[in-house]
Design a protein around this ligand. Sequence first.
Ligand SMILES: Cc1cc2nc3c(=O)[nH]c(=O)nc-3n(C[C@H](O)[C@H](O)[C@H](O)COP(=O)(O)OP(=O)(O)OC[C@H]3O[C@@H](n4cnc5c(N)ncnc54)[C@H](O)[C@@H]3O)c2cc1C
Length: 356
Amino acid sequence: MSNICDKTKCTGCMACYNACPRHCISMVYDENGILNPQIQDNLCSGCNICSTVCPVNKDIPVTMPLETYACWDLNNENRKTSSSGGIAFIFYEHFIQNDGIVYGCYYDENLQLKFSKATTLEELGKFKTSKYSQAYIGNIFREIFSMLNNNKNILFIGTPCQIAGLKSYLRKDYDNLITIDLICHGVPSQKFIDEYINSLNLNTFPDNLTFRGLNDFYFVLYKNTDIIYSKKARDDAYYSSFLNGLFYRESCYTCKYACKERISDITIGDFWGLGEKIPFNHDITNGVSVALINTEKGNNFFNNIKDKIFFEKRTLQEAVEGNEQLRHPSIKNKNYEKFKKLYIDYGFEYALKECL
Ligand SMILES: Cc1cc2nc3c(=O)[nH]c(=O)nc-3n(C[C@H](O)[C@H](O)[C@H](O)COP(=O)(O)OP(=O)(O)OC[C@H]3O[C@@H](n4cnc5c(N)ncnc54)[C@H](O)[C@@H]3O)c2cc1C
């Protein structure tokens, strides 16, 4: 397996895969079901670009947020169908209306979570809501590099480690790139989603999956928009294990971005704990986002969308107190090692049943 970086720290960001001039890195599932980069030795020239761009091997500059907002989309329909306050959609919409190109991830018809670009408003729906598995970057960083150099305005939303991968791959700042990271408590492997859905023995293969949004905190599978499986988070084996930190990628438990210093222009997440100490006199039943404005570029961008959202300044302390992932990485479930061992010996279904 990869010797690009310490394997336990590899986030699967695929910066190395994108940077390799000989395209001799492939992504391969290991015995734990985790996707890792693997060098094809017979093609490798030993140039070492892969480990040079790897964000695990260096520190990417981070900044302390300048401002903290509680906010949501004024369009109630969009707010309700997003995970938090629907703020990601507003960022995307503004970009597209101003001739920009945006990136996000979606489950394709085989329920593989992958990144893609969107250039029209019609394409944006697929990016909505949080998907609780790791999204595949593919060649996206290369594509973004080429677009940036063609003076296109680009918006990329992803997990902090994906932003780190992109920045490290690009090697310099671009005025025409805005990065937005999600507060993130960790991602399980795509393989676990595949194996879990397989274990449900449904009559038909689903073509969509949601965790948040309209059916908030339900694991819901669809076929042609009909619901074919739906369970509350705590009653669904995958969802409850996800929330309890049973099977994230190893690196998530030591994530260096799970802190208040941020890697992107703007950070978004759920505003947990809002109003608990300092009163917040607005209805948040349809969802509320926290937005941390981390750079001047982020601030200018946020100012451009203010007429489409409700926003109120809050303190960074309130956001940090309410959100563990702004303080420290997720803590391993006590059955984490047991799950890993059983997975290797008996597969996902058995390991999950034994560790719940
Ligand atoms: C795996 C994961 C863990 C999270 N953990 C926390 C947490 O601990 N605390 C917290 O406050 N918030 C967390 N969030 C963020 C939160 O759930 C919302 O995604 C965020 O607040 C944006 O919501 P929204 O309503 O603005 O937009 P939404 O429409 O809900 O957000 C969609 C955006 O999220 C991106 N996205 C969705 N899934 C993924 C994924 N797997 N990988 C990369 N990008 C993705 C989409 O591409 C799109 O840009 C997490 C999100 C994910 C995906």
